[in-house]
Design a protein around this ligand. Structure first.
Ligand SMILES: C[S@@+](CC[C@H](N)C(=O)[O-])C[C@H]1O[C@@H](n2cnc3c(N)ncnc32)[C@H](O)[C@@H]1O
Length: 374
């Protein structure tokens, strides 16, 4: 039996649906065959891989293996290639091999696999840095924070595990403004995450361009086509310009000033994307745009603040404006572990949550009558 599983591992199916099915089945298989010892290790040390990956990135191990033309490198050769201490390089690399991020061949030499190459991608590096720098200090403090708060879910962004973990009174986005390394890591990760997934911008069938197209009168009046609210460094605005060249009209990227300062303004200008400082706690200053867009903004906030953000957009919307909310909908029951990861990270860092369909409907209940999409 094990041989046929191993044979499948050597030649996994190419089709994404088949792969996903197999992944779920393999996970179920792992849960059902693991010993209590293995189970306990999975739980106790589940966070270690992130830190091993971080050290490996800092040492340059992924890049060295990905770039090598030989049939593999010993720990000694790898340490020389990255100019690192051999003992450290060897312990970190065998950790990577144990978790499948690099391969080890029968002669005991390390080789790059597809995961190794993936971890040379700056976007993936940013994910590791963002989680180590910005998320795990808060997640680490979550049990203690909950114990001192009657085991009640957080409701105030100024009183969450983030403040405990970072020893601050500020909410995260204010704190980031004074901590450039953390801000940079967060912004880089925001543009990289989901970058390899086909979203509504790339897939015209999810939200057809015709529903957003401005009329000649709108264009003559210089009506704004799309406002990317809390859009970070503008990756979604760039994606819209690039993937929907047929959609004419002004595109406006709005975010807090310290986030906008990280954007590549030359690239944005070249694509005719405007930028504007805007705080969602205040009314939207651009009235009558065709589309108001929020991706991964509302998940940062508890319902009361998310409602304020929504109301601040509604006051600016014309009858034919649309609000596009691009967010995860948590499956409950039956959430994936990826959904759980982000939900718990949101609880720790922002006192907020990833919402189920029912929670989204409850939040947006007020707005459906106004023509907003739920
Ligand atoms: C999780 S990131 C999402 C970024 C981008 N929309 C995306 O999907 O990749 C949240 C964004 O909201 C911005 N933000 C936080 N508080 C804000 C506020 N009060 N007003 C406007 N933007 C805010 C942050 O600077 C950050 O860029």
């Amino acid at each position: 039996m094990a041989d046929s599983v191993l044979a499948l591992a050597e030649h996994p199916p190419e089709h994404p649906t088949e792969r996903k099915k197999l992944y779920k089945a393999a996970q179920k298989l792992m849960f059902s065959v693991e010993s209590t010892y293995e189970l306990e290790h999975r739980v106790y040390y589940g966070g270690i891989l992130l830190y091993v990956a971080n050290v490996a990135i800092d040492l340059g191990i992924f890049k060295a293996l990905a770039d090598t033309h030989s049939s593999g490198l010993s720990a000694h050769e790898l340490a020389k290639a990255v100019c690192g201490e051999e003992l450290l390089v060897s312990r970190i690399t065998r950790g990577l091999a144990a978790y499948g991020l690099v391969d080890i061949n029968p002669s005991g030499l390390y080789t790059a696999n597809a995961n190794t190459h993936r971890f040379t991608d700056p976007g993936v590096e940013s994910g590791v840095h963002h989680n180590v720098l910005n998320m795990f200090p808060a997640i680490h403090s979550l049990p203690q924070w909950l114990r001192t708060h009657d085991m009640q879910s957080p409701t105030d962004v100024h009183d969450t595990a983030f403040q405990l973990g970072f020893n601050t009174k500020d909410e995260p986005f204010t704190w980031f403004a004074a901590h450039p390394e953390n801000l940079q890591a967060g912004a880089a990760f925001m543009s990289a995450q989901r970058a390899d997934q086909k979203g509504w911008i790339e897939d015209d069938t999810i939200f057809p361009s015709q529903d957003l197209t401005l009329s000649p009168t709108d264009l003559a009046a210089n009506r704004v086509l799309f406002i990317d609210i809390g859009g970070g460094v503008g990756h979604q605005s760039i994606a819209l310009r690039t993937h929907r060249p047929n959609l004419q009209g002004r595109i406006l990227l709005q975010d807090l000033p310290h986030t906008l300062a990280l954007a590549d303004t030359t690239r944005l200008l070249a694509l005719d994307i405007e930028t504007m400082s805007y705080d969602c706690h205040t009314p939207q200053p651009i009235a009558g745009a065709k589309a108001y867009y929020m991706r991964n903004v509302l998940h940062d906030w508890t319902d009361s603040i998310a409602l304020t953000f929504l109301r601040n957009q509604r006051s600016a919307m014309a009858d034919d404006s649309v609000l596009i909310i691009d967010e995860m909908v948590v499956k409950d029951p039956g959430s994936t572990w990826q959904q759980v990861n982000i939900d718990i990270a949101m609880m720790a860092a922002m006192g907020s949550l990833e919402r189920t369909e029912a929670q989204w409907r409850a939040l947006l209940g007020d707005f459906r009558g106004a023509g907003l999409i739920a």
